[in-house]
Design a binder for this molecule. Structure first.
Ligand code: DGL
Length: 278
């Protein structure tokens, strides 16, 4: 049996840090490797083939570092690549490794956060096009009715560090107006806005300020971390394969300085990342 190794967390860029922060708060004893593919972010407008290739390369890198378990802390990659990796790549190449995504834990929890069952979902164009949320909702929360809204410019703004200002406010207001109009046309009035992109919690204060107060906001960090803790309780064999030391290594495919600066803002503590050439 190989020596215990860190838990891997992957995102196209900075967004996964919102999930990772909560995971680390809840499960502080484990060792972690966070990998952000900042050089190739955003993934949101890319094709299935490209998102699958990029995601698989990053997951394979985390496997090469020994990670027995990788969390894909990105909706776009979960929507477009997770199923292929779980169903084809792992059985063929890494039968003893596991990869988890963020869509399933979100969908399993969503019904508990809406009174009316009418939910607006903001996500990248790729996540919306994949129809992953409606498909998973149909299985796991059939009473919930979704109004999906693609928000193509929010991730590029976050990746550029634009976490406030009139440019950001303009696009948040525009996306809410489009969401409300689409919901109204379908006879719906959402009481919940699901932030189905791990980058969006970073601009949640501005979203909260601009979306009507009667609409609650739900981010995935509060859902994914407890779901991971539950997974580890239910899979003691996997839990034993994860090392404990409370350490965290940060890898980025772009320059380390840029990652360190923004990651420190998101995590509230200094970060010293390493540049990874893929
Ligand atoms: N953080 C990713 C998500 O949750 C968005 C990423 C991107 O477009 O790269 O969908």
């Amino acid at each position: 049996m190989p020596a215990p190794a860190p838990l891997g967390v992957f995102d196209s860029g900075f967004g996964g840090l919102t999930i990772f922060k909560r995971v680390r708060e809840l499960l502080p004893d484990y060792d972690y490797v966070y990998l952000g593919d900042n050089a190739r972010a955003p993934y949101g407008q890319r094709s299935f083939e490209v998102v699958l290739r990029f995601t698989q390369e990053c997951v394979d890198h985390l496997f090469a570092l020994g990670c027995p378990l990788v969390v894909i802390a990105c909706n776009t990659a979960s929507a477009k690549a997770l199923r292929s990796i779980q169903q084809r790549h792992l059985p063929a190449a890494f039968p003893d490794r596991r990869v988890l995504g963020v869509i399933r834990p979100t969908v399993e929890a969503i019904a508990g956060h809406t009174r009316t069952g009418q939910v607006a979902v903001w996500a990248t164009p790729g996540t919306v096009r994949s129809e992953s949320f409606p498909l998973e909702i149909a299985h796991h929360a059939p009473g919930v009715r979704l109004t999906q809204q693609a928000c193509p410019l929010l991730v590029p703004l976050v990746e550029a560090g634009e976490l406030e200002g009139p440019g950001l406010d303009h696009f948040i207001s525009k996306y809410w107006q489009e969401t409300a109009a689409r919901a109204a046309a379908a006879g719906a009035a959402p009481d919940l806005l699901l932030l189905a992109c791990t980058h969006y919690p970073l601009i949640q204060p501005r979203i909260r300020a601009l979306v009507p107060p009667g609409v609650a906001l739900l981010a995935q960090d509060a859902l994914v971390a407890p779901s991971l803790a539950d997974y580890l309780r239910r899979h003691p064999d996997m839990d034993r394969r994860l090392s404990r030391g409370g350490s965290c290594r940060y890898l980025t495919t772009d320059v380390a300085d840029h990652f360190d600066r923004l990651a420190e803002v998101f995590l509230g503590q200094p970060v010293a990342s390493e540049k990874l050439a893929l």
